[in-house]
Design a binder for this molecule. Sequence first.
Ligand SMILES: NC(=O)c1ccc[n+]([C@@H]2O[C@H](COP(=O)([O-])OP(=O)(O)OC[C@H]3O[C@@H](n4cnc5c(N)ncnc54)[C@H](OP(=O)(O)O)[C@@H]3O)[C@@H](O)[C@H]2O)c1
Length: 251
Amino acid sequence: MSLSRLDGRTALVTGSSRGIGRATAECLAAHGADVVLNGLGPAEELDGLAAAIARRHGVRCIAVPADMASPEAVGGLLKAAYRAMGRLDVLVCNAGILGDGRLGMLPAAEVDRVLAVNVAGTLHAIQTGARLMQRGGGGSIVTLASIVGRRGNAGQALYAASKAALIGLTLSAAKELGPLGIRVNAVAPGFIDTDMTAHLDAGLRERWLRDIALGRFGSAEDVARTVLFLAGDLSAYVTGQVLGVDGGMAM
Ligand SMILES: NC(=O)c1ccc[n+]([C@@H]2O[C@H](COP(=O)([O-])OP(=O)(O)OC[C@H]3O[C@@H](n4cnc5c(N)ncnc54)[C@H](OP(=O)(O)O)[C@@H]3O)[C@@H](O)[C@H]2O)c1
């Protein structure tokens, strides 16, 4: 069987109702994985998407809505996924939110929310996910960092801080979980065309584009294919890496 196939494995992708998470869920399912979707809801929409993915790719796909900002909800999500699928092999910690604003203009509640979703939510998912993966003898965890977590960006201090924290979390988890057969890597997307970047004005987009060696913004599928590589056996000896998916923006 091709090393890119994930038949017989179960993947949970947080924040997979749209954007990069949705493309990743679709890509992993297309390569044979049973998939658990997640988002804030509504449940009927997520259920509809799960049914469509299952039909398209002939895999099992279910949806478990949960707010990644709540430790209890994250624990419940991981356990519900494991109960339904009977195993967990791949965990993609993708759910994330922006918290744009100059340093002097960031309300405390916004700081708390961004760190709760992007950092604490990922940490809690890895805690429970790693315990469940151990039962199957190992697995692969992929976190969604960002180019701004490595390079910073004026007006994105909060978001950049959350993504830099994710990189530290990823590297530490890779060291701790490697001996248990669990690989942990991050992808660091550059500018990807999704709802998250849709609000940016034309001038700003133009400026970003000038910095991209490949001369185009990335697609959600560009990131999904990199996650696929890190999820499966093609990357069996890769852990503790932060892989840029940015068209040559960070060089
Ligand atoms: N787009 C980029 O240029 C870019 C660049 C670098 C890194 N990233 C990172 O890549 C990841 C995906 O980004 P994207 O562009 O696909 O974003 P997006 O289009 O805004 O989608 C975000 C996803 O996360 C989910 N989500 C948000 N808050 C959540 C919460 N509290 N609990 C559960 N799910 C939640 C959303 O679910 P709902 O639909 O229910 O709201 C949605 O599925 C994020 O971590 C982002 O920081 C993106």
